[in-house]
Write a protein that binds this ligand. Sequence first.
Ligand code: AAO
Length: 474
Amino acid sequence: QHNPHWWGNRNTIVHLFEWKWSDIAQECESFLGPRGFAGVQVSPVNENIISAGRPWWERYQPISYKLTTRSGNEEEFGDMVRRCNDVGIRIYVDVLLNHMSGDFDGVAVGTAGTEAEPRKKSFPGVPYTAQDFHPTCEITDWNDRFQVQQCELVGLKDLDQSSDWVRSKLIEFLDHLIELGVAGFRVDAAKHMASEDLEYIYSSLSNLNIDHGFPHNSRPFIFQEVIDHGHETVSRDEYKDLGAVTEFRFSEEIGNAFRGNNALKWLQSWGTGWGFLPSGQALTFVDNHDNQRDAGAVLNYKSPRQYKMATAFHLAYPYGISRVMSSFAFDDHDTPPPQDAQERIISPEFDEDGACVNGWICEHRWRQIYAMVGFKNAVRDTEITGWWDNGDNQISFCRGNKGFLAFNNNLYDLSQDLNTCLPAGTYCDVISGSLIDGSCTGKSVTVNENGYGYIHIGSDDFDGVLALHVDAKV
Ligand code: AAO
């Protein structure tokens, strides 16, 4: 279940973290479709506990499988899926199969009005009772398989996926989403469930809904959140044959490189050469909604110059199933998404350049990022050729004869003739501008008969990357 079921030459998933369904439907039609995105990962869809201050993470504490959250209700969800599929954008849902909510004093009320008593492991909205859960224990040793898979991840009531009842409820929930037209699932906390149980669940799912344009016998795309930095008892290898796996080493290493802790020249062997999973099994990202909140090597929108360079490399180098993060602004781990005085999530608003202005960051609407989504589509199925580097932090490479990229992460200029591998002509740099009415609004590069062009990236240029491709030829 490794096929993401993309349309045509599309290639990139965007995580519209905490967006409302009606806004995503609109975004599919007005932006994602026209810009050639392939799919959207959406926040959890089923009812969750209500936490004080409405932190984003309350959505990782389910109460029932009713499809009502702060993102919208079932009708709005169904409308979004249909409208996105109609313009070739697939929907992948973040699903919580590992657990229900954590402790709550007294009777908790969820986002659909369902009551539960998490402390007693009583969730009548499903229904689940204490016998559907593993006995309570705490994870203290992350290398103890029993604790990781049978104790409670941060105190969240841990479902027993070996039980027939739990399996049947999870399959019913996922099948309901398939019926509504989704293309697949991000499986939260997959490492905390036995792979045999997941295998049973995945293989029991319905085929994708042909009424939404999926071919007969299409299996749901599965990507599993398994954090494995290489020293874990429960490893990514137990899951990779069941579906794709989030490749956290990619995120960490790309952050290291573009923060300047590792020379860019080493990226020539990027991919499996770095110990990453085979390309078709790896779900790749510069940052995700968890590690963008951690201090460390991982880059996020708060370091925009490096972040855009890392994203350009991510989308230009042919490795992995790419996902771009689209965030809301945060100060700390618990910052809620943009919301009004009644704690309703608010819709993104855009300035004249299409950038988000009211608390949403919308990295996917940054020209340097959506232009690379277009680049990835334009060069699909080509190989890396013509690698060049200066022995340090200046690199360039071609994607067949369809695209060319150069990076300068040194504190001095890159200025020289380089092999772009492109047919002769003038190309717009899609990072500094666009091709509009036959001319470039940013830099342009003239390529000669031998495929060479003069490339300049000043150390104080706004962006440290330059990208050319055949769809932006003057
Ligand atoms: C909230 C409160 C808690 C409270 C709880 C229950 O914050 O204080 O106890 O409610 O009332 C999200 C939030 C949580 C939130 C939860 C529920 O992040 O703060 O708890 O919703 O509302 C592990 C799991 C991984 C998980 C990650 C957070 O393996 O699956 O923890 N991610 C998913 C989601 C996440 C969500 C949940 C799961 C729960 O993406 O958003 O939580 O549904 C090591 C381990 C990893 C482990 C990390 C934890 O990784 O290997 O397995 O992830 O630690 O930090 C280095 C190390 C590496 C380490 C890594 C950490 O690289 O080499 O080993 O750093 O980044």
